[in-house]
Design a protein around this ligand. Sequence first.
Ligand code: MD6
Ligand code: FE
Length: 224
Amino acid sequence: MQSEYGVMDLFDDLPPAPDDAYTLIAPGAVLLRGLGREGDAALLRAVQTVIAQAPLRHMQTPGGYTMSVAMTSCGALGWVSDPQGYRYSARDPVSNQPWPAMPDCLLALAQRAAAQAGYANFQPEACLINQYLPGAKLSLHQDKDEQDLSAPIVSLSLGLPAVFLFGTPSRKDRPQRWRLVHGDVVVWGGPSRLAYHGVQPLEEGAHALLGRQRLNLTFRRVRV
Ligand code: MD6
Ligand code: FE
């Protein structure tokens, strides 16, 4: 087949890279459609291993609310919210044990996603695991409890679809809405590192692998 670029003829037997696999959703923020789908069974087993050691729980916010999203963590640090505030902790406050180690397949996916989005050498210390059941939501917020704001946030969605809101570092700007499905990964850093984002209330549904839930994993570098 004749191609516009002669050298590309060498690759004629390879399927073209889908243009929609990489979507720039804001400066420094990239949606990688389906990056986590091929290895989904192994990723899910890894998540279940973590949850067996550090069960999902509904944390209290400093403002006195109970979060509708159930959370746990793995890695050297985990994210904790209670009436005293938000912070990272080396121990799970429920068990007073260190958080489970970050499984290799999760770390590898986060690093591949970061690299594909243009962030080389991503070394996450925390992987926050969030379980959304129908109705659960996450209000617009910034991820700003990390000291190292030079590293991106990598977010993997599994299970039921959700509407992800993604704006700018200014709360005044109206966020854009993105439908995230099983296997989608969003990476945000650089000029979007402190962008406001959130998740609309999860719709009812049943996912073939995960059933009536959405899991979201966010990978973060915390310490400089
Ligand atoms: C999402 N999650 O569920 C995006 N941030 O698609 C988040 O932005 C998030 O789930 C902080 C803590 C938990 C989260
Ligand atoms: Fe967030």
